[in-house]
Design a protein around this ligand. Structure first.
Ligand SMILES: Nc1ncnc2c1ncn2[C@@H]1O[C@H](COP(=O)(O)OP(=O)(O)OP(=O)(O)O)[C@@H](O)[C@H]1O
Ligand SMILES: O=P(O)(O)OC[C@H]1O[C@H](OP(=O)(O)OP(=O)(O)O)[C@H](O)[C@@H]1O
Ligand SMILES: [Mg+2]
Length: 395
């Protein structure tokens, strides 16, 4: 891919900021820092740059690319923070940062498409971006591996949209659109899109012949009304932008469902020291956190003669079985100088949607003192995605 090669060359020919420059910036920012506080918060100078010429020395730090701006930026930092992987950035204009919990890791803030390009050129090892960006700028490159494919934010779909009015009024599917007599070699269906790789590929795969593409960087929804295009191919989330511009989606017109993903370079994961270990830790934390999201621990006390009797009552209720069944432990009390067990504590894990129902069921079988607290992590014996990653790497 031409752009990737150009960028690769540029990145290496133009020396990275020297150690002294980065030190100066870090030092300076201790006095100018606006948002992120204390003087001690400055991240260390990236390891590969210390007193070295980056053209001569292979970098040793592992590099994670995060979106520098746009709608993914903030949510990415929030997700990492919720996984206790707080990104330490001196100020919003400094593009290098670190995560104190992960030594030997550099965080580089980049535009999402540049993250995908730099993964391919070997200048980043891992990155978090939307799946749409991986597919568009990765162009099927097998070096890109999805380490986590469902980070549960940045949900959107890449869809074709056409006007609600005029010759499109009764067109409701890709098939209808393809069959319209208007499109010829001389007057093809004109589609405006930022997805100039995925768009033509999709149309070719679907067998649409008379199609041409034009591109723009944003506000594509204006193109049909401006007479620049007949249709658009763009990201849709709530659908508001389409509706406000009198456009509609059509059946079979969705190319891709997208959300934020953690992507890695196969080469880096296989050959660069430290990448696999850091990926394992990030993946474990992400999976454990995402599994716990929306889950609650519910604790209640229940009278009973023994743990089995209480377990039977609890398991008789559909919403109270927890992840693997309830944990039941005796509650020891002292009566007349003697230690006795009359109550048992039940601990179960309940999804948010079933919470109220579970509390009602617990009460109906004699549960009292019901405590509810959100879960932070659920660590399983093994991270399923880790196994799949090792398989993809042939390990
Ligand atoms: N409307 C949306 N709702 C949810 N997620 C979206 C939406 N639009 C885009 N995204 C996701 O956010 C990512 C970043 O989009 P954003 O528009 O913030 O940046 P960008 O398009 O890369 O930047 P720019 O438009 O300045 O070039 C997209 O690649 C996509 O995964
Ligand atoms: O379905 P909706 O919720 O209305 O979201 C869809 C809009 O969001 C994105 O635009 P963005 O806000 O990134 O602006 P842009 O056109 O400048 O990229 C996308 O390109 C659509 O225009
Ligand atoms: Mg955008």
């Amino acid at each position: 891919m031409a752009t990737s090669i150009e960028l690769h060359a540029f990145f290496h020919l133009k020396p990275s900021p020297s150690a002294s420059f980065l030190r100066q910036r870090s030092h300076h920012s201790r006095f100018t820092c606006r948002s992120n506080g204390p003087a001690t918060a400055a991240p260390s100078v990236p390891a590969a740059h210390v007193d070295s010429d980056p053209r001569k020395q292979e970098r040793t730090a592992v590099r994670l690319g995060l979106p520098s701006k746009g709608r993914m930026a903030e949510e990415t930092l929030t997700l990492l923070k919720n996984c206790q992987l707080m990104v330490r950035q001196v100020n919003p204009r400094q593009y290098v940062a670190d995560i104190p919990q992960l030594s030997n890791l550099e965080v580089w803030f980049q535009r999402p498409k540049d993250i995908v390009r730099k993964l391919q050129s070997g200048d980043l090892d891992l990155g978090i971006v939307g799946l749409d960006t991986v597919c568009e700028y990765g162009q099927g490159n097998e070096d890109l591996i999805l380490v986590h494919d469902e980070l549960e934010y940045g949900d959107c779909r890449l869809s074709i949209a056409i006007p609600m009015y005029g010759i499109f009024e009764n067109i409701n599917s890709l098939e209808d659109l393809a069959k319209m007599p208007q499109w010829t070699n001389e007057r093809p269906l004109r589609i405006a899109t930022g997805f100039t790789y995925l768009g033509p590929k999709f149309m070719k795969d679907k067998g649409l012949k008379h199609v041409s593409f034009s591109t723009a960087d944003g506000a594509l929804e204006a193109a049909p009304a401006m007479g620049i295009a007949d249709a658009i191919l763009d990201l849709v989330s709530s659908g508001t932008t389409l509706r406000e511009n009198y456009l509609k989606e059509i059946d079979d017109g969705t190319l891709l469902e997208s959300q934020a993903v953690l992507v890695g370079s196969k080469k880096s994961l296989s050959h660069r020291a430290g990448v696999l270990d850091i990926t394992h830790e990030i993946l474990e934390r992400l999976e454990a956190h995402l599994r716990a999201t929306g889950q609650y621990t519910v604790t209640a006390n229940m009278k009973g003669n023994n743990a089995e009797e209480v377990a039977e009552k609890v398991l008789g209720q559909a919403s109270l079985s927890g992840l693997q069944g309830p944990t039941i432990s005796p509650v020891y009390c002292k009566y007349d100088g003697k230690v006795k067990v009359e109550y048992y504590a039940i601990v179960i894990c309940v999804p948010r949607k079933a919470l109220y129902k579970s509390v009602k069921q617990l009460r109906s079988i004699g549960g009292s003192g019901v405590l509810v607290s959100p879960l932070t992590y659920i660590f399983e014996e093994e991270t399923p995605r880790w196994r799949r990653l090792l398989e993809k790497l042939g390990m």
